[in-house]
Design a protein around this ligand. Structure first.
Ligand SMILES: Cc1cc2nc3c(=O)[nH]c(=O)nc-3n(C[C@H](O)[C@H](O)[C@H](O)COP(=O)(O)OP(=O)(O)OC[C@H]3O[C@@H](n4cnc5c(N)ncnc54)[C@H](O)[C@@H]3O)c2cc1C
Length: 419
């Protein structure tokens, strides 16, 4: 491996508003069970059954649904018939129902349901099949730190590609296309320069690009708005003086009205009054990320996308609200100790990366938007255009987009010979 990785232990911490001690989530099941002492009887046995079932689901579907190209919707549905029937009830009940059948304590249910938000919906609406993510984080993979910070991955890959004579052109946005029949002649960028190639792989959002640049009716704004999108990010970057002893690398801060909060967060038209948020302190694992005696905090609060809340003039206020809440909960006056502060709201995220309506992770993962029902990595019309990334197959998040790049490479090799 061209960069070093080290496993995080504990994996993450979950802080509830009603409890001053965080739950530390360990892969070691005995240690994890201790966190739930007095709260959940037979925790270890229950978790083992839950993860055991999620593990079977993962291994029975990984090569059929995730690591596979589909020629058509029918091809996908035929592949699905290979998934053992015993998993089908999990398609029809929610992740929350699955957790409710397993655990009695609200805390255990909430903690293991958090992964649903990464997929673009609440655990009350996300199908229980996605409990496989609990298996990936608590047993199969875990959470890893890239030594020196995760941007090392980008820098290493860029170096490797440069050695193979790959050329990079930065600050260039594709804004138009010229085609003839079923072939793209060239793309045009924002500086009016034409880009000609034998084959094109588009890493812009696979749904929005088809609408915005290719002007496809099926992906016009009205149609895109009817699709399900993942939550938009509201992010704060703080450089602070002093050390945050009570934080670890990954931390969640939750309130005490989980269902109400989850039910409203996707479609609210105002900023949350008592926000739920995630805090990453990468300087805990990578001391060089902050000057000595200081720490860098990245705070992510999932918020409604721009379809539901388009006015973000309250950004400073929302940031103050989150920072005040965090200050109280970790007992440090963050405002007084702030050295640098940067805020990005969904409008910034949309402008910087062409993220549709500011949705952070692209298209959501309901059953009608995965596999053969997700925008394909091969264009419907142009034979020399392919797609990679979050809104094409298999889906969103770093592990999935890496698989996406393998899938599109396989497809191109199959259809065009060696690239
Ligand atoms: C705040 C936040 C936190 C996240 N946290 C996690 C996490 O903890 N774990 C995880 O697995 N995932 C996480 N994700 C999701 C993950 O970052 C994405 O799923 C992943 O980066 C998507 O990769 P991609 O290649 O599809 O798109 P991107 O990484 O968005 O890359 C697409 C690139 O294409 C460029 N582009 C777009 N349109 C054009 C155009 N017309 N012309 C030229 N260039 C264009 C964009 O500027 C961008 O650089 C997070 C996302 C956000 C926003």
């Amino acid at each position: 491996m061209p960069f070093e990785i080290e496993e995080l232990n504990p994996v993450y911490a979950v802080n509830f508003a009603h409890r001053n001690k965080p739950f530390l989530i360990y892969k070691d099941k005995e240690k994890l069970a201790k966190e739930f002492d007095g709260l959940e009887t037979d925790f270890a046995k229950k978790l083992s059954a839950y993860i055991g079932s999620a593990k079977k689901m993962f291994h029975d579907t990984e090569n059929i649904v995730i690591r596979k190209n589909f020629k058509s919707k029918l091809d996908y549905l035929l592949q699905l018939t290979q998934v053992p029937l015993k998993h089908s009830p999990k398609m029809f009940r929610s992740m929350w129902t699955e957790l409710d059948r397993t655990f009695t304590s609200e805390e255990a249910k909430v903690i293991f349901s958090l992964v649903a938000f990464f997929l673009g919906d609440t655990p009350f609406k996300t199908p229980a099949v996605y409990s496989l993510l609990n298996y990936t984080e608590l047993e199969h993979d875990g959470y890893w730190n890239v030594k020196g910070g995760m941007y090392q991955i980008t820098e290493t890959i860029v170096d490797l590609l440069k050695k193979r004579n790959v050329r990079f052109h930065y600050n260039t946005e594709i804004t138009n296309v010229e085609f003839s029949g079923n072939e793209i002649k060239h793309f045009t960028d924002n500086h009016n320069k034409n880009w000609t190639a034998d084959l094109y792989v588009c890493n812009s959002d696979a749904a929005a690009f088809r609408g915005k640049i290719l002007k496809r009716e099926k992906f016009a704004p009205k149609k895109l708005d009817e699709m399900k999108w993942t939550l938009a990010p509201f992010t704060i970057y703080l450089g602070i003086k002093g050390k945050t002893e009570s934080l670890i690398h990954h931390n969640y801060f939750l309130g005490s009205n989980f269902k109400d909060y989850a039910d409203n967060i996707f479609t609210a038209s105002t900023s949350p009054e008592k926000p739920y948020y995630y805090v990453n302190v990468s300087s805990k694992s990578n001391p060089a990320s902050a000057p000595e005696g200081c720490e860098n905090l990245f705070i992510l609060c999932p918020v409604p996308d721009l379809r539901f809340k388009s006015d973000w003039s309250d950004s400073e206020q929302l940031a103050d609200n989150i920072i005040d809440d965090l200050s109280k909960r970790i007992n440090i006056d963050l405002k007084k100790n702030t050295l640098t502060r940067t805020i990005l709201n969904p409008i910034d995220w949309e402008e910087k990366f062409n993220l549709y309506r500011g949705s952070g992770l692209g298209l959501a993962h309901g059953l009608s938007q995965v596999g053969g029902f997700r925008p394909s990595n091969k264009d419907e019309v142009f034979k020399n255009l392919y797609y990679v990334g979050a809104s094409t197959t298999p889906g969103t998040g770093l592990p999935m987009v890496v698989i996406s790049s393998k899938l599109v490479t396989e497809r191109i090799q199959e259809e065009h010979g060696t690239v």
